[in-house]
Design a binder for this molecule. Structure first.
Ligand code: MEV
Length: 305
């Protein structure tokens, strides 16, 4: 039996970083995918096309270790998950679009389906969190939630996930050439919180309210209010120190073509998102420019005959 699975990328429209500290995030799953193929075998192995690398027989490419550790955990719980796994992804890696979570979700779903014939989404999410914890220590859980359940979600650690009912739409994305570390950006914000607690708490409390409002307004189609709340968050993320000259240039280019824009994900490099599609020419100097659609579906599994 061969099992195939796929899981979507996500874009955090507003609330990244604050969600790590108990705030809320509004995340959209988008139509970029990580795909996994699993086949039963006598030993566990993982091979990735992009970035290339493999794990098995006691050796593992460093960037694949968290994913392999997660597969080992699934296999420890259910030995029928032992087999060979292949991963490919069209999500730019380590740029804030949830590539690591989507890879973990696709592999967890493939492993569960191989072992049990089904991949219940709550279990997929639980295993994907194993990998996310290894990668960045203190994940809020929003990335694997968006990738597992799909759609548009309002998420917080305390309240969990609420599905939003939103009309389909497009986002413009400009991404830099180099991957960056979510763990170090999350740590940088924690340092900001320790050194300027009063300011951080005021931003966190405003963000928490504004993200809830953005969710309501996205549901009612009031994109002008969503745009204003995105701009507020870009200012707040700049204050937290997670923007960069490169990201500011991408945001300015999108704003110049009529799109509300902000960085998305952990920042420090990576991608900026624009709400909608540009009017006229987009003068974004980014090496990766994409147009994506939201909301995408969540993780899917199928067994070709
Ligand atoms: C990363 O996509 C989003 C962050 O808020 C981290 C997290 O929520 O785990 C920066």
């Amino acid at each position: 039996m061969r099992v195939l699975s796929r899981a979507p990328a996500k874009v955090i429209l507003v609330g990244e970083h604050f969600v790590v500290h108990g705030g809320r995030a509004l995340a959209l799953s988008v139509d970029l995918w990580a795909t996994a193929v699993a086949e039963p075998g006598s030993r566990l192995s993982l091979e990735s096309e992009d970035p290339p690398g493999s794990c098995g027989d006691g050796e593992c490419a460093p960037h694949l270790r968290p994913l392999y550790a997660m597969l080992e955990e699934v296999a420890a719980d259910n030995p029928r998950a032992v087999g060979s796994y292949r991963l490919r992804s069209d999500i730019p890696r380590a740029r804030g679009l949830g590539s690591s979570a989507a890879a973990a979700v696709a592999l967890a779903a493939a492993a569960l389906a191989l072992a049990e014939g089904v991949a219940p989404r709550d279990e997929v999410y639980r295993y994907a969190m194993t990998s996310e914890r290894i990668i960045h220590g203190n994940p809020s859980g929003v990335d694997p939630a968006a990738s597992t359940y799909g759609g548009a979600i309002l998420y917080s650690r305390a309240e969990g996930m609420r599905r939003l009912s939103v009309a389909e739409g497009e986002l413009t994305i400009c991404c830099g050439a180099s991957p960056r570390s979510t763990a170090s950006m999350v740590e940088q914000v924690s340092q900001f919180r320790r050194s300027r607690e009063g300011l951080f708490e005021a931003l966190l409390s405003s963000s928490t309210d504004l993200v809830a409002l953005a969710s309501e307004r996205l549901e009612s189609g009031d994109l002008a209010s969503v745009a204003a709340i995105m701009r507020w968050h870009q200012g707040a993320l700049r204050i937290l120190g997670v923007s960069s000259p490169e990201l500011e240039a991408y945001v300015a280019a999108m704003e110049a073509s009529g799109l509300a824009s902000k960085l998305t994900g952990a920042g420090g490099g990576g991608c900026a998102v624009g709400l909608g599609t540009p009017r006229g020419e987009l003068r974004c100097s980014a090496p990766i420019i994409m147009r994506v659609r939201y909301p995408a579906g969540g993780v899917e599994v199928w067994t070709p005959s």
